[in-house]
Structures are given as structure tokens and as C-alpha cells.
Ligand binder design. Structure first.
Ligand SMILES: [Ca+2]
Length: 474
């Protein structure tokens, strides 16, 4: 067994009590240091002040499950009560048939009882063949059963709708706080619920992509293999498709608030985009609306940031870059044939026949695109509008709210002006803009061939941009 002296701490027989005291003091100090370091090491890390998005999502999912469980429990309870009454009534009537010596009647009641107990459906033919007393009882049972089934379905739909709305609010708050990874996580769950809602609503109806899309199409892995049916999806969830006649992939949407928020979260930028309004009416505050209030330089900076980010992530191959479309690329993307002229100014208005949806103006078919419609007129009564046209949006609309064109591009007309790369004319700093916005109503301005122009520093609540990915020469 070890003794104190074996550890060098000689208390017994010490030659010098002062020396011993020094040793004791040093040992005590050492122990204090060790204990202090252990305590320091064990001090729990400070919990982050920011609420955990995954916890919020889990809490919403748990509340949804609890709602569904409650619906299922009530359904079972009401069904059991109804069936108990029905079975008991069947027994009474069967006993009467037995007393009457009515073999066919007894067998009919017995068969119905067996179907109910084994959860087998009673067919229309079987109902028609029933004795009158059983048919009357069945006529009372069926509507009650239908009410229980319908009510459960309605409550389930309501729970799903509530969950969806809560997910949407969480997604928005995460987007606004620039927590995009978690916002995308919430969106994936929202898409799953949307798919369930679509399925519950009946046969699938084709919906435009974007805000109203129930299920995202599968993502393409490489920009070079992108197509209309299999777009390239970048790190922000922006989708890109090829456009014949160009060496570029076009984003199917205008750049969204949520896309720009990702950039603004890491770069110091002007915040006009966050507080855009017209006559005090807020514009584009929703994550899936096109960003507005961004000037030409800022749009280019966004593209440059995204290029650098995705190059670093290996998402974008060498020679590719995000940029604004050229005026001529934009013309191909809206479906115009090659126009005469060397500059946007020279090409402006050359084609007087085509609109992004066709040749009819005003469009007789509602909801071709978001222009100054009846909803706009109601909100801004002093402004002119396309009389009789109703698209339903007073200001900007979520991207993808209207039908896509033949290349799968949304809002190539309407919603916002889109900055183009080109100078409008030589010796002028002004840049071309295409795709007349939510504030416009004149035929001439809405033509596919019309070009607007502004100095590069201009910001406006109806001016946004669309990105393309410039491809290396092939
Ligand atoms: Ca509108």
C-alpha cells in the first residue's frame, strides 16, 4: 500500500517545516488550478440566442400530428357509436324476423351484420335486394356514415391547411432573417404537404411553377444538360433552362426576393429592395415575389457574387457565369425572330404584332400576365389601366403565377421590367429593360419588342431583373 512518503510529500520527519509548508502550498495551488480548469472545461456552452429553426419545424410537425391523431380518434369513436347503434338495430329486427319464421329476412339481416363487422362494402345491388325494414334502417345508417367520413376528411384538410400556413410563415420568417438553409428545409416540407393537399383535392391539375407549384420537378445536375423538362437548379433553388438561339441558360423566373436576400445577407447593399412601395402601397415584400428596387449595378453585383459562390462550391463549371441577359438573348427568349438593328434602340418596336402570350390585345383571356389590371386600378384609382382586364394582382405577383412560354419561362411579359446587359444606344449609359411590368397598360409598351431604358443607378418598384448563365462557347 502506498504511503505518503512515497509520493515525495514528506510530512513525517521533515527536515524543515518551512520547506514543507512551501510544498503544501504548491500542491494546494496545483490542485486549485486543476479543479479550476476542470470547472472551466465543464462550463456548458452558452445556448445561441437565436431560436432553432429545426426545433420550430419539429414543433409544427408535432402539432400537425397531434391534430391528425385527434381527427382519427374522433372518427373511430363516432364510427364505433354509429355501428353499435346499427348492429343493435339489426339484431332487434332480425329477432322479429326470427319470430315471424321469415328465413329470407333472417338471412338478409345476418348478411348485413357480417358485412358491417368485417368492414365489407354493401353494394347497391345488395341494398336493392334488401327487405323493406332493412332497407329503411340502411337508409338511416348511410347518411350518418357519410357525415362522419366527410367531417373527418374536412378536419384533416383543415389541419393540413393550418400546418401549411404555419410552414409558410416559418419559411418567410427564416427567409427574412436570411437563414436560407432552414428556409429551404421548411419549403421541402411545405411542398410535401402541398402534394398531399393536391392529391386530397382530386385528380392532379397542371399548375404553373413557382409560388403555386405543388411539387418541384426533379433537378438537373449540370447546367450543360439543362432542358425545359429537366432544369438546372442552382444553390438558391433558381431554375435555369436552355433557350434556342442563345448561348445562355435563362432563369425561368425573375430573381426573387428570397434569392436577393441571400446575397444581401452576406454583402452590404442598399436596402431599397426591402421597403419598395408605390404611393404607400408595399411592393414585393414576399419571398417569392420578384425583387424590385435594385439598380443595374446591384443586379450585376448579385450575378458576380453568385458566380463566385457557385464556382467555389463546384456548382458552376469554368467558363460559366451568372449575368444579365443581352437584349438580343431576351428577344429570343420571349420568342421574337431576329430583329433588324444593331442596338436596342434600333430594334425597339420593330415587331408590332407580338405579345409574350400571342397577338391579341387587350388579351381576351384573363390571366396571361401581371399588368395594370382591375386589381391595380382599384388600388391606384388615379392611374390608367387595361380596362376589362383582370389578372388579380394590384402590385407584383409571386413568380410563376401565370402560364410559362414555350421555353418554360415565366413572366417574360408583366410583373417587373427586367434589366438587360446592353446600353440602350451608343454614347449613353442608359441600359435596356424588357418585359413591361405590373404598372403598364399601353399596347405599345407591352409588345414583346418594346424596350424601356434607365440610367444604371435607377431603382424602381416595378424594376427587377432575370439572371442567365452564360455558357462557354461550344
Ligand atoms: Ca396586375
Amino acid at each position: 500500500m502506498a504511503r505518503a512518503g512515497e509520493f515525495g510529500l514528506s510530512v513525517v520527519g521533515a527536515r524543515d517545516s518551512v520547506h514543507s509548508m512551501k510544498i503544501v502550498t504548491r500542491i494546494a495551488a496545483l490542485w486549485l488550478a486543476i479543479v479550476a480548469s476542470l470547472l472551466w472545461a465543464q462550463e456548458p456552452a452558452k445556448a445561441p440566442a437565436k431560436p432553432d429553426a429545426k426545433d420550430s419545424l419539429a414543433a409544427l410537425a408535432a402539432a400537425y400530428k397531434s391534430d391528425l391523431d385527434e381527427v382519427a380518434a374522433d372518427y373511430e369513436k363516432w364510427l364505433a357509436t354509429l355501428q353499435a347503434w346499427y348492429l343493435s338495430s339489426l339484431d332487434k329486427l332480425q329477432a322479429e324476423r326470427t319470430k315471424a319464421g321469415d328465413l329470407e329476412g333472417v338471412l338478409a339481416f345476418k348478411a348485413e351484420r357480417e358485412r358491417i363487422e368485417s368492414h365489407t362494402e354493401t353494394t347497391r345491388e345488395q341494398v336493392h335486394a334488401m327487405p323493406e325494414t332493412l332497407a329503411k334502417l340502411r337508409a338511416a345508417y348511410e347518411p350518418a356514415l357519410k357525415r362522419i367520413v366527410d367531417q373527418a376528411a374536412q378536419r384533416k384538410d383543415a389541419a393540413r391547411g393550418k400546418y401549411f400556413a404555419r410552414l409558410e410563415a416559418l419559411q418567410k420568417s427564416l427567409t427574412l432573417s436570411i437563414d436560407l438553409d432552414n428556409a429551404l428545409l421548411v419549403r421541402a416540407e411545405k411542398d410535401r404537404i402541398a402534394a398531399e393537399m393536391a392529391e386530397a383535392a382530386g385528380p392532379a391539375v397542371a399548375k404553373p411553377e413557382g409560388a403555386g407549384a405543388a411539387v418541384a420537378k426533379p433537378a438537373g445536375g449540370s447546367p450543360l444538360s439543362a432542358s425545359k423538362d429537366r432544369p438546372f437548379v442552382n444553390s438558391l433553388g433558381m431554375k435555369f433552362v436552355s433557350v434556342p438561339g442563345t448561348e445562355a441558360l435563362f432563369c425561368i423566373w425573375d430573381t426573387r426576393v428570397q434569392d436577393y436576400a441571400a446575397y444581401a445577407g452576406v454583402k452590404k447593399v442598399d436596402d431599397t429592395w426591402k421597403k419598395a412601395d408605390r404611393d404607400g402601397v408595399p411592393v414585393s415584400r414576399e419571398p417569392e415575389c420578384p425583387v424590385v428596387g435594385v439598380n443595374w449595378d446591384e443586379a450585376n453585383s448579385f450575378c458576380q457574387w453568385l458566380t463566385e459562390k457557385e464556382m467555389a462550391d463546384g456548382k458552376l463549371a469554368k467558363g460559366m457565369k451568372y449575368r444579365l441577359p443581352t437584349d438580343e438573348e431576351w428577344s429570343r427568349a420571349v420568342g421574337l425572330a431576329k430583329e433588324d438593328g444593331d442596338t436596342p434602340k434600333e430594334r425597339n418596336g420593330k415587331d408590332q404584332a407580338h405579345f409574350p402570350w400571342g397577338t391579341e390585345f387587350p388579351p381576351s383571356k384573363a390571366k396571361v400576365a401581371n399588368y395594370a389590371d382591375a386589381a391595380f386600378h382599384e388600388k391606384f384609382p388615379k392611374n390608367a389601366w387595361i380596362e376589362g382586364y383582370v389578372d388579380g394582382y394590384a402590385t407584383t405577383s409571386p413568380v410563376g403565377s401565370f402560364p410559362a412560354n414555350k421555353y418554360g419561362l415565366y413572366d417574360m411579359g408583366g410583373n417587373v421590367w427586367q434589366w438587360c446587359e446592353d446600353q440602350y444606344e451608343p454614347n449613353s449609359a442608359a441600359r435596356a429593360q424588357r418585359g413591361a411590368p405590373w404598372t403598364h397598360f399601353r399596347r405599345g409598351n407591352i409588345l414583346s419588342s418594346f424596350r424601356n431604358r434607365s440610367e444604371p443607378g435607377i431603382r424602381s418598384p416595378d424594376l427587377g431583373f432575370r439572371c442567365v448563365i452564360g455558357l462557354p462557347a461550344r
